[in-house]
Design a protein around this ligand. Structure first.
Ligand SMILES: C[S@@+](CC[C@H](N)C(=O)[O-])C[C@H]1O[C@@H](n2cnc3c(N)ncnc32)[C@H](O)[C@@H]1O
Length: 266
């Protein structure tokens, strides 16, 4: 495990935690996408859940409250995100939820012997793992037969984003995601990450991909606030609708974000 790298990621998100929730609640695109991620998870029956990279605990708390009979475990690399989430677990008296600090490599030591029928990652923690194939192998090992891995990734081939950046004259940033190391969303703070294509994600595991879908193919990505503000709501809704129709096709793999659902054989 590359602990220097994980310390850097942890430090980045410790700082990011300060106004993470505030930024999120101002962004209805992120809220829409999260809703879709949650609906995807909710179609399954599960009792043993693991979340990697829970941030300030939006989904960990949501699933713990909605499914009180399920045990919900979470690991996040940022001490500050863990502190915020632990506070919520105490405030809401969620006896079925436990959040701890760590990355995929630490799951077994933090939750010894536990196995899961649902493991999910929402919004990016797998774009900042040391070695994606090793992480995927570990998640597969910890998954119970018949269980699902619902994983979401910042996508490499966001073609709409390339075009928008080119039109804005930002030639360098247009192709940032194609580099070996992507610096993250912020132009002022560097987060050493990696964007993956749909092919790369599928090649990183022996599990079969049951379903995949893209987000923000025509609907502008969550960080294009200016474009969102200028577009009439009707057009935004129309673009979201078009995206939902093509999200599971080849075109869907050209979106800003991707969801993959891998299932382990029963
Ligand atoms: C963009 S935030 C998303 C947080 C949350 N899942 C959400 O949907 O709002 C990414 C989170 O993943 C955590 N993270 C990043 N890399 C990680 C890793 N390798 N292992 C565990 N957590 C990680 C960060 O600390 C941060 O809390």
């Amino acid at each position: 495990m590359n602990s220097k790298y994980y310390n850097q990621i942890g430090d980045y998100y410790d700082k990011d935690a300060v106004d993470f929730e505030h930024r999120y609640w101002k962004n209805d695109t992120l809220q829409r996408i999260r809703q879709s991620f949650r609906e995807h998870v909710r179609q399954y029956k599960f009792t043993r859940v693991l979340e990697i990279g829970f941030g300030p605990g939006f989904d960990l708390v949501h699933f713990a409250q909605t499914f009180p009979e399920a045990s919900i475990r979470g690991l996040d690399i940022s001490a500050e995100m863990v502190r915020i989430t632990n506070e919520k677990i105490l405030d809401f008296n969620l006896s079925n939820a436990i959040s701890k600090q760590g990355s995929v490599e630490d799951i077994e030591s933090q939750f010894p012997g536990e196995r899961y029928d649902m493991i999910y990652v929402f919004f990016g923690a797998l774009n900042t793992v040391d070695d994606l194939s090793n992480s995927m192998a570990e998640l597969e090992r910890l998954l119970l037969p018949g269980g699902n891995l619902v994983l979401t990734f910042v996508n490499k081939w966001y073609v709409g984003g390339i075009l928008i950046e080119l039109l804005k004259g930002r030639f360098r940033s247009a192709f940032d995601r194609l580099k070996k190391v992507w610096g993250g969303y912020s132009s002022s703070k560097f987060l050493a990450s990696k964007c993956y294509s749909s092919k790369e994600v599928k090649l990183s595991t022996t599990l079969k991909c049951k379903e995949q879908r893209g987000y923000s193919i025509f609907f502008p990505a969550w960080y294009y606030g200016g474009i969102h503000r200028r577009l009439p709501n009707k057009i935004r809704l129309f673009l979201w609708f078009i995206d939902s129709k093509i999200s599971r096709t080849k075109l869907g793999t050209l979106g800003e974000y991707m969801l993959y659902d891998f299932q382990k054989k029963s």
